[in-house]
Design a protein around this ligand. Structure first.
Ligand code: C2E
Ligand code: MG
Ligand code: MG
Ligand code: MG
Length: 281
């Protein structure tokens, strides 16, 4: 009987992971031990406050140093981790590590610079999120104001009320809540009204062609104006060129993140990194 259940469980995984190719199955298997083998790490990408010319926060981005395949990005394994539930353990680890790193960089020349951590839908609906976040803050001795959680619109689609409640509890702790990839989902505007959001990130897809595409330009301008009248701080993500940065600044965008500043860096490099010389004005 047990054997049968075991086989059924396995069957369930293979089905739900869409009859995976053998490499993907192997990856799924490897992911189970990635955390304990110390193969996961966090890269950090700064956000520049254009009005002050200073870094105001740094986003934590997960990486997997796979023993055979080398450096893997979230697109290679986050869906797998969501599917098999490992995202809960991995997400907890990211949160702990990011809070510790942020606490450490307060003393290493980055005082007042916060950390932004991405949360996926499954983590969000996990019962103990609020408790785990406050535990992480306490363990790392980090001021709640220095932590921001980035959620996407898909996080909340099916559980609006539950999401509202969790967000309110997180806000009560003092952490920030940013709506990531803004503009790509169908519920964007509704979410602004329903959730206690403290920040918005304009999705990279609107930034890429912003210099040549008048529609993208109009959309970005509308998002910036909307955020301004709602008094919600905004960050443009995926800014790669001076031209994009200049145009965004011209449109009233107050913060940017992207390869123009730097690619995401390992912690050891972040604390030695300095803002490249730019003339955005
Ligand atoms: P995101 O939160 O929207 O992160 C932005 C992504 O854009 C990152 O990809 C970043 O490396 C990339 N990026 C930044 N600047 C530029 C640029 O100028 N040009 C281009 N082309 N790309 C740029 P990454 O690190 O591969 O992460 C992809 C997504 O995976 C993230 O999107 C986020 O949704 C998710 N993710 C990353 N880390 C975590 C994590 O710890 N937990 C969870 N649940 N999701 C994560
Ligand atoms: Mg993000
Ligand atoms: Mg994003
Ligand atoms: Mg994204």
């Amino acid at each position: 009987r047990a054997k049968e259940t075991g086989r059924n469980t396995y069957q369930f995984y293979t089905n739900s992971l869409n009859a995976l190719a053998p490499e993907l199955l192997r990856l799924e298997n490897d992911l189970h031990t990635a955390l304990e083998h110390g193969e996961l790490s966090i890269y950090y990408q700064p956000q520049l406050d254009l009005t002050k010319g200073k870094i105001h926060a740094i986003e934590a981005l997960l990486r997997w140093h796979h023993p055979r395949q080398g450096l893997l990005y979230p697109k290679h394994f986050i869906d797998i981790a969501e599917e098999n539930g490992l995202i809960l353990a991995i997400g907890r680890w990211v949160l702990q590590q990011a809070c510790r790193d942020c606490h450490a960089w307060q003393q290493q020349g980055l005082a007042g610079v916060g950390v932004a951590v991405n949360l996926s839908a499954r983590q969000f609906l996990h019962m103990n999120l609020v408790e785990e976040v406050s535990q992480c803050l306490r363990d790392a001795h980090l001021a709640p104001e220095l932590l921001t959680l980035e959620i996407t619109e898909t996080t909340a689609i099916h559980h609006v009320q539950r999401t509202q409640l969790i967000l309110q509890e997180l806000r009560a702790l003092g952490v920030g809540i940013t709506l990531d990839d803004f503009g790509t989902g169908y519920a964007s505007l509704n979410y602004l009204k329903q959730f206690p959001i403290t920040g918005l990130k304009i999705d990279r897809s609107f930034i890429t062609d912003i210099e040549g595409d008048r529609q993208d330009q109009a959309i970005v301008k509308a998002i910036i104006d909307l955020a301004k009248s709602l008094e919600i701080p905004i960050v443009a993500e995926g800014v790669e060129t001076w031209g994009q940065g200049q145009l965004l600044q011209h449109l009233g965008c107050k913060a940017i993140q992207g390869y123009l500043l730097t690619e995401p860096l390992p912690y050891s490099q972040v604390i030695h990194w300095s803002i490249p010389r730019m003339r955005l004005r």
